[in-house]
Design a protein around this ligand. Structure first.
Ligand SMILES: Cc1cc2nc3c(=O)[nH]c(=O)nc-3n(C[C@H](O)[C@H](O)[C@H](O)COP(=O)(O)OP(=O)(O)OC[C@H]3O[C@@H](n4cnc5c(N)ncnc54)[C@H](O)[C@@H]3O)c2cc1C
Ligand code: FES
Ligand code: FES
Length: 1365
């Protein structure tokens, strides 16, 4: 080797290390320390103190991991900032970049950012797991808007962001708690064009205050305050693009095509090494390859791949250009001298691209990456489809050879090999030849379409399409001639997008007429046919027809007045977002600070990401990590476990299974039954735990578990029970103890005898729902001295986990301590289901005598979770001609799965809410079926949501049978107080307390219900392809308050520490407990005692410090915990009173701090614990109305308005309750409209990630969302009422019942469908009654709704139109 200069050596050294900044701090990683498949998230979470980046999905689908990436361009001296998902971004690709996480946006030490303060003040953070990602997404939007010099200066106090951009900023971020409304308000509060009146309830101002006052009260924001502050030191050492080689791995960042060519394999045979080309690496989100490559080549630094060149022939775009940059380029005003047609085409492509994934994926995902995924792996790409009709060409490099192909040729080739590189694409210009002398006007039409569960994107389409047509309008006639057209369809379950050539040929040269369109559609039906195993195939085909109709039909009615340009108004549209909301709240000062909308405890540190969740706890250096191996068979013997092809997975140290359990094999146990930790002889369901892979990192544990192969044996085993019907056949049931089985009401036969009409043996089926807590199941177990074990668990019932761990380890219970500080969403899923995770960690830690941590990946979590109980219901109901019901009988088969969990409670949980109507007589037979399906557990409003739905489905059925308004059937069957007492026995309360009928009327007035029914009717008369429906439903909710312990201690400095059995799940329990403590201690009435709130700290639950914690759920735990704490405070006040009196006499008025100091001095016991034991349960009433609009072409449902009136009694904290109501309601929308949780034929969950499981997003909530929290008066007597010591805090649960309210969206959808059906009947000339009775499935997804509206509705319409002629 020749002489190497010191400078050259330094350059090489620099190239072999990564240097970047995180929140202004310099990080240097040498190539020996980095494995190129390390993601930025892995690095941040495991190698820096910045834990605000959360792992919610690992697929780019949730936004919990979003960070701001800033790049400095030394030539332009400019910084480029954009958000990316750190779970997909590879660490090696951030060389020279500055990264800002939520802690860097603001924090408790350096000061919070106004974004974070507003998240707190608008009550927009509940569990807080999604909040850091939300904050960074918004921060990124502010940074970019504010540095845009082309925008006018905003109003003082605002940013340059617009309202619509503000809401879109978080459209890719999921939140399972809040229902998004308050988050949207935070975003909008920065927008320069916001109307402050539109911003919802917050702790900054009161309704009616002037804008000026409001602005003063908001944590102030100055335009430009959001900036990424690129560190100066990094500017000096910019050396983008690393070339690293370590541990046999290579990462290259070639800077020219020549360099790239030298790195690619030279011939077909590879040398046994593997290679991966990367740009944004977002493809990993979909393909989740577990393979580790030897060589990575990053294409981002090759100039030819990053160009955007515009000339008069078109736009050439380098393959490595990100989708976001393509959008900007296509939208740019100065699109050269392009013709109007071309500009419109480019604009429409850009509009469509904005629906791909979410901002933070588009910011790093490249156009070339997308097209290569479509080419090589048949990814259902939008880009491939929309570019197909436009004559797009592709420039590829194969080895050293360059080749130009059309997009169609490119897609049609066999998958390109690894040495084929896409260099660029070219979208040609389009213009129509106009002939001034001709008798016709020519026009170019281009439209793109996609039908997906989320209007703003972040969901793959069921089908996408793009159509280009050259049409002429005769100047003297009204006919339109199709001179030429290109029709592309894709993503419908086809390997690649296709051109519908036969249809194109048929249409070419034809005058458009109904007959021609009908023929074209008939032809299209034979072309767009999804491949086998595609879901909803007929629906997807019908979408193709719908879109072609939507494209061509406007041309029928247009005449020569349309000249030049392209019509707007159809095709991809920007959906309208949450337009307004109203919150009516009654707060009271009487028990200050109870009843006040106090900001949630810890909200600001949740927003800055400093709040510590279990997986954020720094683990000791010898910590190991676990990942479950689960069964894929429902019923089989496990003969053995090995790793794929004898491989020995990296980092794996042990496999723990049933034989390693020192005590009893228990995953969960209750008095009703047990579930094993690991399958013993037989697996009982697919998804059951078989063993735990333990490795040095979580990633290695996950990879190890993925490589595990289980050897099953099914010989001589009975077939598994995979349905409730099979369970009945084989009498496989869980026994429900008689005291848990609800009582029958009245005499069914008598009731039936009175009936004029009967519906006999009608059926309803209900599916499951997954919790989708943003933080998956997690625990950390640490062995301690003398055979003790400390377990940190994200858990709704640590007490149960504690017991189970002790039994499983065979140790006395006092050897175990379970600690739970914060849970990133539970919704019932972290009740019993969290225990097995805690127990598994404890067993492994005990066996290996090392700490063991586990954070389930989303897929495993979804496969094991079980979720809500599916059921089959058969009903017979008798009713009068008026709609008055006389008797109802139900046969309910509940699928409980393989283990009992909480399933024995289901019958009583279901029947309570079902009794909201007067059924005359109510008889039922409920069987809790034991199947070989995943064991179901409680999910928010368990049983209740199903009970309420069943009641409404029956009412709807009756109304359809009698052809009368369903609202009147509801009304006529509402209880009188007498019938209420008959049905609800001891729970009915006083006559005055039965407020349902009055709220029913109030809702009609406040939501202009009847007026809106008329408006909807008018709308339906005028619109063929959109129908509206409106509905209101009542809810009756029985509250069962459970016992709860509490402990209050006052420290020497007057600060107060509180422990409660209840767990903070995001529901604001700690906040209410703080308020109650402050109120109850204020009764001592000394100086400063009225302001104790800030002195109270609620601390983590510790099962050794406070026993009998029970479980947190059913939304009543806050109430019981508050009550327990209040009992403690009463004792403290009593103990302090004598001293206070004495001191008063001696020293005159004294303040709180002095009193407490003196009390310590005088040996007053300042720590009290107590156990609250509740009295009987009670019943509450709510009402709800919703209006929806259904698109008949796609089946898309838009919730136009929701009005909730919630008679809540005195709220302990109306801000917290409002959040609970809205959040639960939106979760209910998920259940009724969106979330499918299917299994394969073996019962293995198949919707196992964000790609297939779609929870509501900010664009699927009601456009107008009004909530009124009512205190109707009668509860007042029961809230902290002062009847000596029997007073107690009392308020209705706010977290569960509102979920049930979402049934109204389903009912309103049914009403809209009914209108569509009527129309269809009128076109097909059939008997109306054929169509009016139908069951609408839950969830009513787009395919379901479209199916009900008629898959062939367009064909029917065209036939009818032709027949008319
Ligand atoms: C959550 C999410 C949602 C999405 N939703 C949609 C959607 O609705 N519609 C849609 O169309 N797409 C969607 N996508 C896909 C997205 O557009 C692509 O992931 C992205 O464009 C890929 O670009 P990338 O630079 O990250 O590619 P990478 O992940 O870096 O690469 C992807 C693949 O292409 C290869 N490759 C990349 N560039 C080249 C090249 N120039 N030459 C040869 N090979 C190359 C890589 O080797 C790799 O195999 C979604 C993605 C995510 C993560
Ligand atoms: S964890 Fe990265 S997007 Fe979900
Ligand atoms: S606050 Fe958004 S997920 Fe809990």
């Amino acid at each position: 080797m020749g002489e190497v200069t010191a400078a050259a050596e330094e350059t090489i050294r620099k190239q072999r290390q990564l240097v970047f900044a995180v929140n202004g701090r310099r990080f240097e990683v040498s190539d020996s320390d980095v494995d190129p498949c390390t993601t930025l998230l892995d690095f941040l979470r495991y190698h820096t103190p910045f834990k605000s980046v959360k792992l919610g999905c690992g697929e780019g689908g949730c936004g919990a991991c979003v960070v701001l990436l800033s790049k400095y361009d030394p030539v332009l001296d400019q910084v480029e900032d954009y958000s990316v998902s750190s779970c997909l971004t590879l660490l090696c690709s951030v060389n020279g970049c500055s990264i800002t996480t939520a802690e860097g946006v603001g924090n408790s030490k350096d000061g919070f950012h106004p974004i974070q303060e507003r998240f707190a003040g608008f009550h927009a953070s509940q569990c807080g797991f999604c909040t850091p990602g939300m904050c960074v997404s918004l921060f990124s939007a502010l940074v970019n808007a504010d540095k845009n010099i082309d925008r006018p200066e905003p109003r003082p106090g605002f940013s340059k962001l617009t309202v619509s951009e503000a809401e879109k900023a978080i459209s890719g971020n999921l939140c399972r708690c809040t229902g998004y409304r308050p988050i949207a308000d935070v975003c909008k509060s920065f927008a320069t064009d916001v109307d402050m009146e539109d911003l919802g309830f917050n702790s900054f101002w009161r309704k009616g205050e002037t804008d000026q006052v409001k602005l003063c009260r908001l944590p102030s924001y100055e335009n430009g305050k959001a900036s990424s502050k690129f560190p100066e030191f990094l500017k000096k050492e910019i050396n983008v693009g690393a070339n690293l080689a370590s541990k046999g791995y290579h990462w290259y960042s070639p800077k020219s095509l020549e360099q790239l060519q030298s790195l690619l394999p030279q011939n077909e045979e590879n040398d046994g090494t593997s290679m991966k080309i990367v740009v944004g690496n977002t493809g990993m989100g979909y393909y989740k390859e577990s393979e580790q490559y030897d060589t990575y080549i990053d294409l981002k630094h090759i100039p030819e791949l990053s160009i955007i060149r515009k000339d008069k022939t078109g736009i050439e775009i380098g393959a490595a250009v990100t989708i976001s940059k393509v959008i900007d380029a296509l939208k740019e005003e100065n699109l050269g001298d392009f013709h109007l047609e071309s500009k419109t085409v480019f604009q429409k492509i850009a509009d469509h691209l904005e629906k791909i994934a979410s901002g933070f994926v588009r910011n790093s995902g490249s156009i070339g990456g997308n097209l290569m995924m479509a080419q090589r792996k048949h990814f259902p790409s939008d880009i491939a489809t929309i570019l197909l009709p436009l004559g797009t060409t592709m420039n590829i490099m194969i080895g050293k050879k360059l080749e130009d192909l059309t997009l169609e040729e490119f897609l049609g080739r066999p998958p390109l090999d690894s040495k084929s590189i896409l260099l660029s694409i070219k979208i040609p210009c389009w213009e129509v030849r106009r002939n001034a002398s001709s008798e016709t006007d020519n026009m170019l039409l281009f439209e793109t379409y996609r039908a997906a569960p989320r209007p703003l994107g972040n969901a793959l389409p069921y089908l996408n399409a793009a159509f280009l047509a050259d049409v002429s309008f005769g100047r003297n006639s009204t006919g339109v001639m199709l001179n030429n057209c290109q029709l592309a369809f894709g993503a419908y379950g086809t390997k690649r997008p296709i051109r519908a050539r036969k249809v194109e040929e048929f249409l070419t040269g034809k005058f458009l007429s109904v007959d021609v369109l009908y023929e074209a559609i008939k032809l299209l039906e034979t072309i767009v046919i999804p491949e086998d195993d595609t879901s909803s195939p007929a629906y997807r085909s019908s979408l193709a027809v719908g879109f072609l109709y939507e494209f061509l039909s406007p041309l029928f009615h247009t005449s020569t007045e349309i000249t030049g340009g392209l019509p707007n108004g159809y095709g991809i549209k920007s959906p309208t977002m949450l337009s307004s909301s109203k919150q009516v709240i009654q707060s009271s000062k009487e028990y200050h600070p109870v009843g006040q909308p106090v900001i949630k405890a810890g909200a600001a540190i949740q927003a800055s990401g400093e709040a510590v969740f279990v997986d954020d706890i720094p683990t000791p250096s010898n910590c190991l990590y676990g990942a479950f191996i689960y069964s894929t068979e429902p019923l089989a013997r496990v003969k053995g476990i090995k790793f794929k092809s004898g491989s020995s997975p990296v980092g794996v140290t042990a496999i723990i299974s049933v034989k390693d359990i020192p005590g009893k094999n228990l995953g969960t146990s209750t008095v009703f039954g047990e579930e094993p930790l690991y399958a013993d002889e037989l697996t009982q369901c697919a998804g059951e735990r078989i063993a735990l892979v333990v490795a040095d990192t979580q990633k290695h544990a996950d990879l190890g578990a993925n490589l595990a192969v289980i050897d099953y044996d099914k010989e001589n085993l009975e077939p598994p029970i995979l349905s409730v019907e099979e369970a009945v056949e084989r009498s496989s049931f869980f026994e429900v103890p008689p005291f848990l089985y609800p009582e029958q009401v009245g005499d069914f036969s008598e009731g039936m005898a009175e009936a004029d009409h009967k519906i006999l043996s009608a059926e309803i089926k209900l599916g499951s729902q997954y919790y989708f807590y943003m933080e998956t199941q997690t625990a950390l177990a640490m062995p301690d001295e003398d055979n003790t074990m400390v377990v940190y668990s994200s858990n709704q019932c640590p007490e149960f986990a504690h017991d189970t761990i002790a039994k499983c380890l065979g140790l006395p219970a006092n050897n175990i301590r379970v600690l739970t500080r914060r849970v990133g969403g539970g919704f019932g899923g972290k009740a019993l289901k969290a225990n097995s995770v805690a127990v598994a960690c404890a067993v492994a830690a005990y066996k290996l005598q090392r700490p063991v941590s586990m954070y389930l990946n989303r897929k495993t979590d979804m496969i094991m979770a079980g979720g809500r109980h599916p059921m089959k219901v058969t009903y017979s109901v008798g009713f009068k001609a008026s709609g008055k019901i006389t008797a109802l009988k139900l046969d309910i088969l509940i699928d409980a799965g393989a283990f009992v969990d909480t399933s024995v409670f289901m019958p009583s949980l279901m029947i309570g809410p079902l009794k909201k109507y007067n059924w005359g007589a109510l008889n039922f037979d409920i069987k809790v079926c034991k199947t070989n399906l995943p064991s179901r557990s409680s999910m928010r409003a368990p049983g209740e949501v199903q009970g309420s739905f069943i009641a409404e489905a029956i009412i709807e059925h009756i109304a359809s049978t009698l052809s009368i308004e369903v609202d009147s059937v509801r009304y006529i069957n509402l209880h009188t107080y007498n019938s209420l007492s008959f049905f609800h026995k001891n729970n009915a309360g006083e006559p005055l307390e039965y407020t349902l009928p009055s709220i029913w009327d109030k809702l009609a007035t406040s939501s202009s219900f009847f007026q809106r029914i008329e408006t909807a009717k008018e709308f339906n008369r005028c619109n063929k392809w959109r129908k509206r429906g409106i509905s209101r439903v009542p809810i009756v909710h029985e509250v069962n308050v459970r016992q709860a312990p509490g402990k209050v201690s006052i420290l020497k400095d007057g600060s107060i520490v509180v422990e409660v059995g209840g767990i903070e799940l995001g529901q604001g329990l700690w906040t209410k407990v703080k308020q109650t403590t402050a109120y109850a201690l204020s009764l001592i009435k000394c100086g400063g005692s009225e302001n104790l709130l800030e002195k109270v700290r609620v601390i983590q639950s510790d099962t050794l410090s406070l026993i009998q914690g029970g479980f947190t759920g059913g939304s009543t735990t806050s109430e019981s915990s508050c009550e327990a704490v209040r009992l403690c405070c009463n004792v403290l006040v009593e103990r302090l009173t004598a001293l206070k009196e004495r001191l008063l006499e001696q020293m005159g008025p004294i303040d709180w701090d002095t009193l407490i100091f003196q009390a310590h001095f005088s040996s007053v016991n300042l720590s009290v614990s107590s156990l609250f034991i509740p009295e009987a349960s009670s019943t509450h009433y709510l009402n709800y109305g919703a209006a929806v609009e259904v698109n008949l072409l796609t089946g898309e449902t838009t919730i136009l308005q929701s009005d909730i009136i919630y008679d809540c009694g005195q709220s302990l904290n109306p801000a917290v309750d409002l959040g609970q109501i809205e959040g639960a309601y939106v979760q209910g929308i998920g259940f009724f409209m969106l979330e499918e949780y299917p299994t394969n034929s073996d019962g293995l969950v198949t919707a196992n990630g964000t790609w297939t499981y779609k929870i509501p997003t900010v664009d699927t909530i009601p456009k107008q969302f009004n909530v009124e929290i009512l205190n109707s008066g009668h509860h007042k007597n029961r809230v902290l009422s002062s009847k000596g010591k029997s007073e107690h805090c009392h308020q209705i649960a706010s977290g569960e019942p509102p979920l049930t309210l979402a049934v109204s969206v389903h009912c309103a959808t049914r009403a809209a469908i009914r209108e569509a059906k009527k129309q269809l009947v009128s076109w097909s000339g059939r008997n109306e009654s054929d169509n009016s009775i139908f069951q609408l499935e839950v969830p009513a997804t787009m395919p379901v709704v479209k199916q009900q509206c008629g898959l062939d509705t367009i064909q029917k319409f065209l036939q009818w139109t032709m027949a008319k002629k």
